[in-house]
Design a protein around this ligand. Structure first.
Ligand SMILES: Cc1cc2nc3c(=O)[nH]c(=O)nc-3n(C[C@H](O)[C@H](O)[C@H](O)COP(=O)(O)OP(=O)(O)OC[C@H]3O[C@@H](n4cnc5c(N)ncnc54)[C@H](O)[C@@H]3O)c2cc1C
Length: 388
C-alpha cells in the first residue's frame, strides 16, 4: 500500500475503538491512516467477554459490525446480589421498554469483524507499525513510527490516540491519573448444570465482584480477586478451579460442569485529563480505562469514537483546530466522568468487609429493587451512558 505524506487524520492503535473510528469515517471523504503495532489480529482467543449496551448495539449496527458477529447473546435480566447478605436486585428488560438490557459478545469476534471490514474498505491501514514519537505544532501533528525495519514520519491535521494510553506521556498538557485496584480479573467460560436463560449474575463479595454473563450455551466468567489469589487460581487444574468458583458463587446455577482455559488481567482505573491537546485527541482506553465490574469500558470507548467521527464530519471549523477539539472534549466530559464515577463507586462500595458499608449495600440493593425509578435510572445508565 502506498502511504501518503499527509492525512486529515492519523489514528494510533487498531484496537476495537481505533477500528470503530476508522469505520465510522470510511465514507466521509476524509483521508485516514490507521496504525497498529501488532503484526496480525490475535489468532489466539481473547477470552474476554464484552457486555454491550443497547446503545452500543445500535452503533455497531450502523458500522456494519453487528451483522458480522457470529454469536450474540441477549441479556434479559440482571441479577445482582451480595454474598452473606439479604440484599438483592433484579433488573428486567421489560421494565425499561427495550427488548434486551444488553448483549454479550466475544471480544475476539468484535475484533475479527472490525478487522475484516477495515481490510475490505479503502482505509489506509498498516499492521506492524509501532508509533514511537508524537510531535505537534499549531497547524499539524506528526507521528514517527517503525515499519518494516525503517523509521517513517507522517503528518496529519489531527492525531487520535486509541492506543490504550501507552503514549500519553508524550502528550504535553495531558495528565494520566492512575489508581491501582490491586485486583485482577480472571476470565473463563463455564458450563453449568442449569443452562443459561438470558440472566446475567453479578455477585458482590468482600474480595470483589463475580460476574457470570450468559454467552451461547455457557457463561462468561469475570471474577475479580486479589493478585495473590489470581496467581493461585490461574495455576489450579480444571476441577480445582471449578470447586473454588462453586464455593465462591454458590449453588444458584447448580453444578459447575466444565471450564475453558483461564486468563487474567490486572485492573486499574486510568483516565486522562484533559482528553485533548494541541492537534491531539484521546479515545477509548487511552481516555479512560475502567474496572470491568459494570461492563462500561468499551461501551464508553465506542461512544468516544462515534462522537469524534460526528465532530469530524459535522465540524465547520478545520479538523484538529482548537474549536473542534474543545467541542469534542465538552461532548465527552459528562459521559466519561459519570462512567468512571459509577464504576469506581461500585468497586469501592462492594469490595470490602466494612460492616457499615455491608449494611449499606444490603439496604441499597433492597431499595433498588423496590423503587422502579431508581432501577430504571441504573438500567438506563448501563444501557445508554450518561444520556440514558
Ligand atoms: C476482563 C475484562 C472484561 C471487560 N469486559 C467489558 C465489558 O463487558 N464491556 C465493556 O464495555 N468493556 C469491557 N472491558 C473493557 C474493554 O475491553 C476495553 O474498554 C476495550 O478493549 C478498549 O479498547 P481500545 O481500542 O480503546 O484499547 P485497546 O484494546 O487497548 O487497543 C489499543 C491498541 O493500540 C495498539 N497500540 C498500543 N500502542 C501502540 C503504538 N505505540 N503504536 C501503534 N499501536 C499501538 C495496541 O496493540 C492495541 O491493539 C473489559 C476489560 C477487561 C480487562
Amino acid at each position: 500500500m502506498m502511504v501518503r505524506e499527509h492525512y486529515d487524520l492519523i489514528i494510533i492503535g487498531g484496537g476495537p475503538v481505533g477500528m470503530a473510528l476508522s469505520l465510522a469515517l470510511r465514507e466521509s471523504g476524509m483521508s485516514v491512516l490507521l496504525l497498529e503495532s501488532r503484526e496480525l489480529p490475535e489468532k489466539a482467543e481473547d477470552l474476554r467477554p464484552l457486555a454491550l449496551s443497547y446503545g452500543s448495539h445500535l452503533i455497531l449496527h450502523r458500522l456494519g459490525v453487528w451483522q458480522a458477529l457470529p454469536e450474540i447473546t441477549p441479556i434479559t435480566k440482571i441479577h445482582v446480589s451480595n454474598r452473606g447478605g439479604f440484599g438483592r436486585a433484579v433488573l428486567v428488560a421489560d421494565g425499561v421498554g427495550v427488548p434486551a438490557l444488553g448483549y454479550v459478545v466475544n471480544h475476539h469476534d468484535v475484533f475479527r469483524a472490525m478487522h475484516g471490514s477495515i481490510q475490505a474498505c479503502d482505509i489506509d491501514y498498516l499492521e506492524g507499525a509501532q508509533v514511537t514519537r508524537l510531535e505537534t505544532s499549531a497547524g499539524q501533528g506528526q507521528v514517527e513510527f517503525q515499519y518494516g525495519g525503517t523509521t517513517k514520519r507522517i503528518t496529519a491535521k489531527l492525531l487520535v490516540l486509541a492506543d490504550g494510553g501507552r503514549l500519553i506521556e508524550q502528550v504535553e498538557g495531558v495528565t494520566q491519573h492512575v489508581h491501582e485496584y490491586h485486583q485482577w480479573a480472571v476470565v473463563a467460560r463455564i458450563k453449568t448444570g442449569i443452562p443459561q436463560s438470558g440472566i446475567a449474575y453479578e455477585r458482590f463479595t468482600s474480595d470483589g465482584p463475580v460476574a457470570l454473563l450468559p454467552m451461547g450455551d455457557y457463561f462468561a466468567l469475570v471474577w475479580t480477586v486479589s493478585p495473590a489469589a489470581a496467581k493461585e487460581i490461574l495455576s489450579l487444574d480444571d476441577a480445582g478451579f471449578l470447586a473454588r468458583l462453586h464455593g465462591h458463587f454458590g449453588d444458584r446455577l447448580g453444578n459447575l460442569i466444565d471450564t475453558s482455559k483461564r486468563s487474567g488481567f490486572p485492573l486499574a482505573l486510568k483516565y486522562a485529563d484533559p482528553v485533548t491537546a494541541q492537534r491531539i485527541a484521546l479515545v477509548g482506553n487511552a481516555a479512560q480505562t475502567l474496572h470491568p465490574v459494570a461492563g462500561q469500558g468499551f461501551n464508553l470507548g465506542l461512544r468516544d469514537a462515534w462522537e469524534m467521527a460526528d465532530e469530524i464530519i459535522m465540524s465547520e471549523t478545520e479538523i484538529g483546530a482548537p474549536a473542534m477539539l474543545a467541542r469534542y472534549a465538552h461532548r465527552r466530559r459528562i459521559d466519561s466522568k459519570a462512567g468512571r464515577v459509577f464504576t469506581d463507586s461500585l468497586v469501592k462500595l462492594f469490595s470490602n468487609d466494612d460492616p457499615i458499608l455491608s449494611g449499606m449495600r444490603n439496604l441499597g440493593l433492597s431499595v433498588l429493587d423496590c423503587l422502579p425509578p431508581v432501577k430504571r435510572f441504573v438500567a438506563r445508565r448501563m444501557m445508554f451512558g450518561a444520556r440514558g
